[in-house]
Design a protein around this ligand. Structure first.
Ligand code: PBG
Length: 325
């Protein structure tokens, strides 16, 4: 005779719901939002079906749509008209992200608007910072530049700035710069454990931010390292990060789990462009049941310990699972 029968609690949807350990709430999702300065740069992204680059008005409309669906946080990425070696268009008070921040916060004051903070979309060489004399990305000069960009984002109304550059010491410097600018209420979501990943490919097409020489392995993390991720997160927490992040998501669920066990700050995961593309390609071919696959993937992040999930599936998930769905 079998005494223990776990199947008893799987017999109906009602009992399965009753014992369900994890749920993905629409409120936990953050939708990335690409805003192009030139209207001619707006439009679909080949490798990311269902995701688009918007012009300013389109971005506000998209934010409205997301908010109405219950996705009340967006993460802005700018596609500027001009790039140069020193990312001037990134700290222009009238730059595309600054304008988008003002427009969205005016239209939707309650929306939580986050701004990705990096130079790679704004530099002609496509690296995440300033190039030093030896051709490497100059850490400390880049940190100063990030501080300058961050204060213009705060001035424009950002609720959260999200440094994704992986320079050392940037969180403390950005915190100090924001505080000096009386932006003490602007939070920092640090891309703390950001790996040098092949899964950013479609994003770089979307944002036009591929490095023109070399790669990002001199600043982003080696995919082989997990303990180092915890050291990076500890550094960012010590420097005042309000939220820390692991990125990408699916190939790094072990890191996410370890971070959850070690740290008590809110933990975000970025389900990146390549993870989205991979799933969409299989779904388009009829090889996967899209809705179930997406739900399973998003659940894996919450189960592993994420509080916040940044995902290109946010809108679609909210359509199916939101308040009015
Ligand atoms: C900017 C940045 C990148 C992503 C987020 N911020 C690209 C990169 O580091 O090359 C990737 C997001 C995605 O792939 O969805 N540094």
């Amino acid at each position: 005779m079998i005494a223990l029968r776990p199947r008893r609690l799987r017999r109906s949807e009602v009992v399965r719901q009753l014992v369900r350990e994890h749920r993905v709430h629409v409120e936990q999702l953050v939708s990335p939002l690409f805003v192009a300065e030139r209207a001619s740069d707006a439009g679909p992204i080949d490798a990311m079906p269902g995701v688009a680059r918007f012009d300013l008005d389109g971005a506000v409309a998209q934010a409205r749509e997301l908010f109405a669906l219950g996705v009340k946080s967006v993460l802005l990425f700018g596609i500027p008209a001009d790039k140069d070696p020193v990312a001037s268009s990134a700290y222009d008070p009238d730059g595309i992200v600054q304008r988008a921040l003002r427009a969205i916060k005016t239209a939707l004051p309650e929306m939580l608007v986050m701004a990705d903070l990096c130079c790679c979309e704004y530099t002609s060489h496509g690296h995440c910072g300033l190039i030093g004399e030896r051709g490497e990305v100059d850490n400390d000069a880049t940190v100063e530049l990030l501080c300058r960009i961050a204060t213009t984002y705060a001035d424009a109304g950002a609720d959260v700035v999200a440094p994704s550059d992986m320079m050392d010491g940037r969180v403390a410097a950005i915190r100090a710069a924001l505080d000096r600018a009386k932006a003490q209420d602007v939070a920092i979501m640090a891309y703390s454990a950001k790996y040098a990943s092949a899964f950013y490919g479609p994003f770089r097409e979307a944002a036009g931010s591929s490095p023109q020489f070399g790669d990002r392995r001199g600043y982003q993390m080696d995919p082989s390292n997990a303990r180092e991720a915890l050291r990076e997160i500890a550094l960012d927490v010590a420097q005042g990060a309000d939220i820390v992040m692991v990125k990408p998501g699916l190939p790094y669920l072990d890191v996410l789990r370890a971070a959850r066990e070690r740290f008590d700050v809110p933990l975000a995961v970025y389900n990146v462009s390549g993870e989205y593309a991979m799933l969409q390609a299989a779904i388009a071919n009829g090889w996967l049941d899209g809705e179930r696959a997406v739900d399973e993937v998003l659940t894996s992040f919450v189960r592993a310990g994420a509080d916040i999930v940044i995902t290109y599936f946010a809108q679609e998930y909210a359509r199916r699972h939101g308040r009015d769905a």
